[in-house]
Design a protein around this ligand. Sequence first.
Ligand SMILES: C[S@@+](CC[C@H](N)C(=O)[O-])C[C@H]1O[C@@H](n2cnc3c(N)ncnc32)[C@H](O)[C@@H]1O
Length: 211
Amino acid sequence: MDPDAIARTYRRWAPVYDATFGAVTRPGRRAATAHANRQGGHVLEVGVGTGLALRHYRPDVKVTGIDFSDDMLRLAREKVTEKGLTNVADLRQMDARDLDFPDDSFDTVVAMYLISVVPEPRRVLAEMARVCKPGGEIVIVNHFAAEGGALGRVEALLGPFADRMGWHADFEIGTVLGSDRVREIERRTLPPLGLFTFLRLRPRPAAQQAA
Ligand SMILES: C[S@@+](CC[C@H](N)C(=O)[O-])C[C@H]1O[C@@H](n2cnc3c(N)ncnc32)[C@H](O)[C@@H]1O
C-alpha cells in the first residue's frame, strides 16, 4: 500500500476499527503485550493504531507508539487520556520505513497486524532491528498466507483488494523470516482458529548482516 492509500484506508477504518478487526484480533495483542511486559524497559509499538494494546502494558513499562495515520493516532491519544496511561511516553506520527529514533533505543519493538500493511516490509523490519537494543526482542503478530487449501485460495482472491481492506491477506511469512536483519526465536499460532501467528525475533548483529 502506498502512503496515500494507508492514510485514506485507515481514515475509513478508524471509527469502526475497535469494534470490528480490533475485536477479533484481541488474543494477539494480549500475547504480544504479555511478552513485552516480561522483558520490561522501554517498548516501541510500531503501527500503534487506535491504541488498543496500550492499557495492557504494565504501568512500569515505558511505551512509545508511532503510526502513519493521524486518524488512528487521535483515538490512541484519547485512550491514553481517558485511562490515565502515564507510562505511555509518546505517540508520534511517523512512517515505519524511517523511524526517527537512534540505533539501539528500545528493549522490545512490537508490531501487531502491521507488517502486511506497510509498503516495504523488509525495510520496516530493518528499521525495527536497528532501533532494538542488542539482546532486545522484536515481537510480530500477524496473519500470514496459508499454504494451499481453501483458505489459501480465498487469500489469493483477496490479494488485489489490499488497498481497500488495509492489508495483504496473502502476505507470506518468508518475507519476515527471510530477512538477514533478524533471526527467529519463537513461533506459535494464535486464536481465533490459528489464523494469526506470534513471532519473536532477535536483531542480528551488524557483522552477520549481508552488506
Ligand atoms: C491493522 S492496523 C493495526 C493497529 C494496531 N497495531 C492494532 O493492533 O490494532 C495497521 C496500522 O498500521 C498503520 N500503518 C500502516 N502503514 C504504516 C507505516 N508505513 N508506518 C506506520 N504505521 C503504518 C496503519 O495506520 C494502522 O494504524
